[in-house]
Design a protein around this ligand. Structure first.
Ligand SMILES: [Zn+2]
Length: 376
């Protein structure tokens, strides 16, 4: 039996429309394959927008551009310039490299505001719709402007993509949050807390058990286990039923499981709680994921890493994206693009044709199911 790849009906279980829509008005340099190409694109953007005080460019990829220097940025403009890493876990500014918490603060401080979001989100949704996406999980809302823009667009009947949102812990203290959670609008709801437990392999901040071969360190954890437990309890009390923790490195994935296990021991039902990316997984952690009923929300398009991060991970590349043993252990897995790039079809292409190890091989039917398509 041959399964066709449907044109539409996909759920992208991990993407960032209300944040990445900023790229529509900022500088998109993602197509550049060298810093020289990127410099040309950024210079043209600056020349075309002379009145701006801040320039933001997207697409810095160390594997292809190398690492631009502060002097490289200084040569482009006297204004502020932020060159965001493709991982969205770091950036270069005219003051140097920022990663993780510092990057996050910079990214949030420069997000589009309410009025701009009312224009940018529908444009971005039109793009997602053109790729067959009918529903999206927006995995990191960090401002009330983002929530208010979604609510207003839904009120106007202008939310083309059904949206389930997860929020940064900074919003837990907003007095309006609990009421918004309790009163979902027809096509928009806030479902859970999003925590970033570690970073990304590209900027060496994913927390790994065995040190990176090139830098000899292990990356980082951004929260202690106790902090995670306390923040999740606080979010559950506000009605945010589904925690979602970002974990890329194998040691970060193990730590998420420790956190969820501690909460299960406290009487919470961990079934359906999410592990975002769950990218590198030690075989011994697979039965632990199954026992907790946790749901890895994974990116087959991150198979890209298999071809580019051997210099950092060596044989541990094999821990990446173990879809097969997860499914065989009875774990439900979901797929999302993380916007790298948007849409399900690149992920399906990677899942089908770019696996390096048998652990990464699944059927088309399994891939479609993970993107929310009912195949029978
Ligand atoms: Zn993400």
């Amino acid at each position: 039996m041959r399964l066709n790849i449907p044109e539409t009906g996909y759920t992208d279980h991990h993407t960032h429309p209300a944040s990445r829509c900023r790229i529509l008005t900022e500088c998109d340099a993602r197509a550049a394959s060298t810093w020289d190409e990127a410099r040309t694109i950024i210079a043209a953007h600056i020349a075309a927008n002379p009145s701006r005080e801040l320039y933001v460019a997207h697409g810095w990829n160390q594997s292809t551009w190398g690492t631009p220097t502060v002097a490289d940025l200084d040569a482009l403009t006297d204004k502020e310039l932020i060159v965001i890493n493709v991982s969205y876990h770091g950036a270069i500014t005219r003051k140097g490299i920022v990663t993780e918490k510092d990057y996050e603060e910079l990214a949030i401080a420069t997000l589009p505001r309410y009025d701009d979001l009312l224009v940018a989100i529908p444009k971005y949704h039109a793009y997602l719709s053109s790729l067959g996406v009918v529903a999206a999980h927006d995995m990191h809302l960090a401002t009330m402007d983002q929530i208010d823009a979604y609510l207003e667009l839904d009120r106007r009947g202008e939310l083309a993509v059904d949206t389930t949102a997860f929020v940064n812990p900074r919003l837990l203290d907003d007095p309006r949050l609990a009421e918004i959670v309790a009163n979902p609008s027809p096509r928009f709801r806030v479902a859970g807390l999003k925590l970033f437990l570690d970073g990304a392999i590209g900027v060496h901040t994913a927390f790994v058990t065995e040190p990176y071969l090139d830098t000899h360190d292990r990356g980082m954890l951004r929260h202690s286990k106790d902090e995670c437990v306390a923040l999740i309890k606080k979010s559950l009390a506000l009605g945010l039923a589904t925690p979602a923790i970002h974990a890329i490195g194998d040691a970060a994935v193990s730590t998420v499981l420790d956190v969820y296990k501690a909460l299960k021991a406290d009487g919470f039902d961990t079934r359906g709680w999410r592990i975002e990316h769950c990218e590198m997984v030690r075989p011994g952690d697979i039965p632990r994921i199954a026992a907790l009923g946790a749901v890895p929300v994974m990116q087959p398009n991150f198979h890209w890493d298999l071809d580019h991060y051997g210099d950092r991970l060596g044989g541990n590349l094999r821990l990446i994206n173990p879809f097969r043993p997860l499914l065989d252990a009875g774990v439900k897995i979901l797929f999302g693009s993380d916007g790298m790039p948007e849409g399900p079809k690149v992920g399906i292409e990677y899942a089908m044709n770019r696996a390096k190890y048998p652990e990464q091989m699944i059927t088309l039917e399994e891939a479609l199911t993970a993107y929310g398509i009912k195949t029978h």
